[in-house]
Design a protein around this ligand. Structure first.
Ligand code: ATP
Ligand code: MG
Length: 429
């Protein structure tokens, strides 16, 4: 069973009561497909470039993504915390990033005090741990959070793919030995694979070798194929691994055992990445432990990110068709979109019955109970919103003693009874 998102009767929602409305047009300054569909469908509201509000549909999708990630992080042994967006300047000066990080938002108040709006949280998590960790017995450890990040992105034209305020899961791991770090790091590769599979983009997402920065040879990105992607990757289908164009050279291919002529070029977006940090952030704060012999060592670290809002945008980009969004069942705002067609009182009454029955069975339903709209208008809205199943009740379906059920991805549906519908939806969660 999926976890309940909200308490009470919130499994269902009547469109006649919903404050958001679908739109034929989106803001003219919006160019990305994901934002166009998400705005038109009433999932998000654009505040300015790279900054969006989550409306009821969008929040439900976000919470489902969050639940999947939280479950997998907890299973991997992570302990959840929540760190602040406002961060002391001194911490950022200690690592040198107050000056070197070009996309850092710096905010000052009327007293002249300056703070950073967190783009990432190494500068906060390391000083926190310094208060609690001193011995090898305290390690290993992995902390994570799901939280808003701020980055001065200059090209915020990709909707949810590149926000200036966005939502990230960031995990930080702490180890005594390189071997222990590597074991955890390799485990996280599998955990990430599971997360993207559960979110419905596993088949399009590749473990990708990218440059590792100062310390390690490689970092690993999880790249999802989509024409809207900002990165170029080369995929080896046989091994299911890829190389980012930025690190692509003969030496890299050789070290990975890849053959150039077998690689296929794709546009892709980085939905997650994992890094070996070594002592880059533990050293400036002197985060260390004492081993069995009483000797002091600097703690080794790894970090592991996933952009939740970017993941939402990526799913839209990668799976949509020209009519609208196609949500995977695992993160769809509702399981089924129930449509009542025509203005016949009997149809509306029967639709209400079915709605109540679905709710009683714990099924998440969006109910289009609006009167005065044509069938065509309701179908177009349903395709735009992208709920995996569409269940239509009309005079015709009632005559056939059932409900016309169609998958969002299918052209033609079939007539089923209420009980069949319930059985099918219960088995799909
Ligand atoms: P990019 O190269 O795309 O700018 P990054 O290397 O800066 O990404 P990280 O700092 O490693 O990304 O952040 C971890 C994850 O957070 C990324 O894998 C991505 O999923 C997400 N992310 C990063 N920047 C943004 C953004 N501006 N908007 C939405 N998600 C983002
Ligand atoms: Mg970046």
């Amino acid at each position: 069973m999926t976890k309940r998102l909200f308490s009470g009767n919130m499994e269902g929602m009547k469109q006649s009561k919903l404050f958001t409305k679908t739109k034929k047009e989106a803001p003219t300054d919006e160019v990305s497909n994901n934002a166009l569909f998400l705005i038109r469908g009433g999932f998000i509201h654009k505040e300015m470039a790279g900054v969006y509000s989550y409306l009821p549909f969008g929040l439900r999708v976000l919470k489902k993504i969050e639940n999947i990630i939280r479950e997998e992080m907890d299973k991997a042994g992570g302990q959840e915390i929540l760190m602040p967006s406002m961060q002391p300047k001194e911490n950022w000066e200690k690592t040198g990033r107050w000056e070197s990080m070009t996309d850092l938002y710096k905010v000052s108040d009327s007293s002249g005090r300056e703070v950073a709006l967190g783009p990432t949280h190494e500068e906060i998590v390391v000083p926190i741990l310094k208060n609690y960790i001193s011995s090898y017995k305290d390690l290993p450890l992995a902390l994570y959070q799901i939280q808003n990040k701020f980055r001065m992105e200059l090209r915020a034209k990709s909707g949810m793919l590149r926000g200036r305020e966005f939502i990230m899961k960031d995990m930080y791991s702490f180890h005594t030995t390189q071997e222990d770090f590597e074991n955890f790091y390799n485990k996280m590769k599998i955990v990430y694979k599971t997360i993207f599979e559960r979110a419905g983009i596993g088949h399009l997402t590749y473990l990708t070798f990218a440059s590792g920065g100062t310390f390690s040879k490689y970092s690993h990105e999880f790249q999802t194929i989509t024409s809207a992607g900002e990165d170029t990757i080369y995929i080896d289908e046989e091994s299911s691994i890829a190389v980012n164009k930025e690190v692509f050279n003969e030496e890299v291919l050789q070290s990975l055992g890849l053959k150039k002529e077998k690689l296929v070029e794709h546009k892709a977006i980085e939905v997650g990445n994992i890094f070996d940090l070594k002592t880059k952030y533990s050293e400036p704060f002197d985060l260390s432990y004492v081993d069995e012999k009483g000797e002091k060592h600097t703690i080794l670290m790894g970090c592991y990110g996933i952009g939740l809002s970017r993941l939402m945008g990526t799913v839209v980009e990668a799976l949509a068709d020209d009519k609208g969004i196609i949500w995977p069942e695992s993160i769809a705002p509702f399981q089924v979109h129930l449509l009542s067609l025509g203005n016949d009182d009997g149809v509306l009454a029967e639709s209400n019955n079915v709605y109540e029955k679905l709710l009683k069975n714990g099924i998440e339903v969006l109910f289009d109970d609006r009167v005065g709209l044509s069938a065509g208008e309701k179908f177009a809205d349903s395709d735009l919103i992208g709920i995996p199943y569409r269940a239509v009740i009309s005079l015709r379906s009632i005559k056939e003693n059932g409900i016309e059920l169609k998958k969002r991805t299918e052209e033609k549906g079939k007539v089923v009874s209420v009980d069949e519908l319930i059985k099918l939806l219960k088995s799909s969660i």
